[in-house]
Design a protein around this ligand. Structure first.
Ligand SMILES: Cc1cc2nc3c(=O)[nH]c(=O)nc-3n(C[C@H](O)[C@H](O)[C@H](O)COP(=O)(O)OP(=O)(O)OC[C@H]3O[C@@H](n4cnc5c(N)ncnc54)[C@H](O)[C@@H]3O)c2cc1C
Length: 497
């Protein structure tokens, strides 16, 4: 516990008498922190608090796909949370002509008819496979559906299920201090502070258009320091986790205190306005056909390095045509680069991987002012030595991206976070039922169990993410889908309870 105690020296706060000790304080009101809070309340643990650094909760973030494993985990956390998220999402229903009977009453919102499948094509424009986006098809195949929802709507839907006074924005956790004599942990927070540069954010700071930070306010108000005390702390403060940094600084895990660049990045252009008719019709014939969204790559390449050798190009054809290129690139090649330089980098990557002319021409037409980049970071779950950086220390446990954030290629970040949430709420519920709040041994046993359950699966998911091995053949795809999407938590919860 020295690691936590040492930090107090670097962030002194005024000591005040402790007048309230929460059972659990959750740092971070993202999807995983909120799901954990909802799960705890559902199990009767109501003396809790969620704090978030955002000055106010605003419309930020990307669209998140919630897949059967994540939705099943969320349903186990609380069926009301599952329903609220499903209602707030946009779902894809089978078109009547597809022959599939409607098996649920989900509604189709804001979607063009042609976008009910995600098509994968090789460089020659041949279809390798397609994935249904329909809730009902996933429900039929894996026992649960699939929805898409913006990060903000997900946050808003979950937040509504918690009493307003239990979710406090404008509280940035800056320090975590163990207080063994009080049997709790102290969290020091500051309020009324402006945005902090966050190069790891999902919505890159300084990015164009609507992808803004929730912390934009500049303020003339005095910043305030405040402390909370909790018997347990759940750190759900995202990939750039402060709690993780505090836990690992000055420890053998110092090297993994901050997120590591994954080696992969996105270069993208959301809109290419002036595409000559002749090129547009070639693209439509060979690639888009009737698909609104597709991924193009050299799927004939196989093995661990296939993804590094060939970029994945996602093409989007809704009202506008745009693309997103996932490439393996050194971080320095992206940093401080102009639109022109990013465009050049994208073209070079396509040339190196022998992409067809139509796609190279399309990229060359990108307006430089529309060019964007996003490096992807990771907290690796895989352990290369016998001394892994534990996901907990004393009374503090890391969940979601704070524990195992990763690039979004398999759309599993939030889904895996919901898996964390169901395990952690079940284990904390057991601590509460057995009144083990002050039994450090019981707490350590519970937190170790969480890690033993979650880490091996995260290793698998991260391997799939970094190598894209499920894309290498239909058999691999099927095997991955069965393993991940058919997961069921009922038995595990019964065993852990
Ligand atoms: C482009 C992109 C696409 C993605 N697509 C998908 C997808 O399709 N499916 C999927 O499952 N996942 C997807 N993800 C990943 C997903 O968004 C994350 O895994 C998920 O949001 C993690 O949830 P979290 O609650 O752990 O962290 P976050 O969502 O990062 O939330 C962390 C919260 O903590 C707060 N916070 C941070 N620091 C502090 C502090 N010091 N004190 C107090 N509060 C703090 C933040 O304000 C934030 O509200 C995608 C990610 C990206 C970048």
């Amino acid at each position: 516990m020295n690691i936590l105690q040492n930090q107090s020296a670097t962030h002194p706060v005024t000591e005040k008498p402790v007048n309230k000790v929460y059972d659990v304080v959750i740092v971070g009101a993202g999807p995983v922190g909120l799901a954990t809070a909802i799960g705890l309340r559902k199990r009767g643990i109501e003396n809790i608090l969620v704090i978030d650094q955002a000055r106010a909760f605003r419309q930020v973030g990307q669209v998140v796909d919630l897949l059967p494993n994540g939705l099943k985990a969320l349903k186990s956390v609380d069926p009301d949370a599952y329903e609220a998220v499903k209602t707030a999402s946009f779902t894809f229903v089978n078109s009547p002509q597809s022959g599939d009977a409607k098996t649920s009453d989900v509604t189709e919102k804001n979607l063009p008819k042609a976008s009910q499948e995600w098509v994968y094509k090789n460089l020659q424009g041949e279809k390798i496979r397609s994935i249904s986006l329909s809730f009902d098809t996933w429900l039929k195949n894996y026992g649960e559906g699939r929805v898409s929802i913006s990060w903000y709507n997900l946050q808003a839907a979950l937040k509504k299920l918690l009493p307003e006074d239990q979710v406090k924005p404008n509280h940035r956790c800056i320090n975590v201090v163990d207080e063994p004599e009080l049997g709790c942990v102290r969290l020091d927070c500051i309020s009324n502070v402006g945005a902090e540069a966050n190069p790891y954010a999902h919505w890159a700071d300084g990015q164009k258009n609507s992808e803004i930070s929730q912390n934009l306010d500049t303020t003339s108000e005095q910043s305030i320091t405040k402390s909370f005390h909790a018997k347990l702390v759940v750190a759900a403060d995202g990939i750039n986790s402060t709690v993780r940094r505090v836990l690992y600084t000055d420890s053998p895990y110092q090297a993994v205190a901050k997120p590591e660049y994954s080696g992969f990045a996105a270069i993208f252009c959301p809109e290419i306005p002036n595409i000559p008719d002749e090129l547009r019709s070639r693209l439509e014939k060979k690639f888009f056909a009737d698909s609104a969204i597709l991924t193009v790559s050299n799927y004939e390449l196989a093995g661990d390095t296939a993804f590094s050798e060939c970029p994945r190009m996602m093409l989007i054809h809704r009202q506008k045509i745009g693309y997103l290129l996932h490439i393996s690139v050194p971080l320095q090649s992206l940093q401080n680069k102009s639109g022109n330089e990013l465009l050049e980098l994208a073209v070079q990557a396509l040339e190196k991987a022998s992409y067809p002319d139509e796609l190279k021409q399309l990229v060359r037409l990108s307006p430089v002012e529309n060019m964007l980049q996003r490096p992807y970071y990771i907290h690796r779950a895989v352990v290369t030595d016998n001394n892994p950086p534990a996901w907990s220390l004393g009374r503090v446990i890391l969940v979601g991206d704070a524990a195992h954030g990763m690039p979004p290629f398999m759309a599993q970040g939030a889904n895996q976070g919901f898996e964390d949430a169901i395990i952690v709420t079940t284990l904390i519920n057991k601590i509460a039922k057995e009144n083990n709040w002050h039994n450090q041994q019981a707490i350590s046993t519970a937190f170790d169990k969480y890690e033993r359950i979650r880490r091996p699966f995260m290793e698998y998911i991260q391997q799939a993410t970094l190598t894209q091995f499920p894309s290498s053949s239909n058999e691999q795809w099927q095997a991955y889908s069965q393993k991940v999407y058919t997961r069921n938590f009922d038995q595990l919860i019964a065993e852990l309870s």
